[in-house]
Design a binder for this molecule. Structure first.
Ligand code: VAH
Length: 311
């Protein structure tokens, strides 16, 4: 059985559905600080990840063997509320790791390309390299990677993680991220035929379509541990693009689509501190990571699904 924190979030909401398809509805316990409000499609519990006692109780009650800790504040929100972000992101992670240690659970939590900073090599960023991020989110992600590795080496907890790029999905929009423009642009293209980007043209960032992200989590968690040279966390990516390129891809389907720019200095500053493209060789070699969707395929699917959802 699997316990998911942040199950109503951008990744958590789709991860819950995916895992229930694979392992059975009653074997996936969804939890979130927010009420499910009738979205329940299986076991659901209210959980604020700052409450380590309740987290332990839920894990024990359902006799889970795995915890997937997805609850966190994303980069822009964390930058606006750094102390709150530290307390929630690190406090929640520590509680999840302690629950995994006490109950001997397998453990997953995502890191991010945000774990890299301005002094990290920007192109084809290696798996093992300098990590001195200049955002609170990045500090949380680097500390989180080190803490999860510590729990593996010190206590033998089977911790695993990936550094996700910007994730694009049509189900649950992200909240408070820097890469959210690459999700918003599809919604706006369908609804209004135009989009004003807060990220400037020429700003390359790694991205991935949600189906590939979900497959990566399942593949990593099911991988043979003997083959893992790394644990927290693997670089994974599917594509790298800048706003003009995603706009051009949308224009192939909506020729009248108009792109404009109103750069947000805060989120542009965060984006500038991140890599242009990262190298996913370790994930490919150690557990067979492979992304299926590129910008072309993702755009076809996003526009098709959003047309059904929005009109
Ligand atoms: C964010 N979507 O923008 C998240 C992610 C790599 C980006 O960490 O903060």
């Amino acid at each position: 059985r699997i316990l998911i924190t942040g199950a109503l979030g951008q990744i958590g909401s789709e991860l819950t559905v995916k895992l229930r398809d694979i392992y059975g509805t009653d074997n996936v316990i969804a939890t979130d600080i927010r009420p499910a409000e009738g979205q329940e499609t299986g076991p659901f519990e209210r959980l604020d990840v700052s409450d380590n006692y309740k987290m332990y109780e839920i894990a024990k009650k359902y006799e889970v063997d795995t915890i997937m800790h997805m609850a966190a504040l994303l980069s822009a929100t964390a930058e606006a509320r750094p102390v709150f972000a530290w307390n929630l992101n690190m406090g929640g992670l520590m509680n999840a790791l302690e629950t995994a240690r006490e109950l001997n659970l397998q453990f997953f939590t995502p890191s991010s390309i945000g774990a890299f900073g301005p002094t990290t090599p920007k192109d084809n960023t290696p798996q093992d390299t300098i990590q001195r991020p200049t955002t609170m989110y990045g500090v949380n992600k680097v500390a989180g990677e080190l803490l999860a590795d510590y729990y593996y080496h010190k206590f033998g907890v089977d911790t695993r993680g990936v550094r996700f790029p910007g994730l694009i999905s049509y189900v649950t929009p992200p909240g408070g991220g820097t890469t959210d423009y690459a999700v918003e642009i599809y919604y706006e293209a369908i609804k209004n035929g135009k989009y004003t980007s807060y990220i400037d043209k020429g700003t390359y960032m790694d991205m991935m379509y949600m189906p590939d992200a979900l497959n990566a989590i399942v593949d990593l968690m099911e991988a043979d541990p003997a083959k893992l040279k790394h644990r927290n966390a693997f670089n994974v990516t599917a594509m790298s693009f800048e706003p003009e390129e995603i706009a051009a891809e949308i224009k192939k389907h909506i020729p009248t689509f108009e792109m404009s720019y109103a750069v947000d200095p805060i989120r542009q500053g965060i984006a500038n501190s991140w890599p242009n493209s990262i190298d996913a060789t370790s994930a490919q070699e150690e557990w067979g990571f492979k992304a299926k969707y590129d910008l072309k395929d993702m755009t076809v699917d996003m526009l098709e699904k959003l047309k059904l959802k929005l009109v």
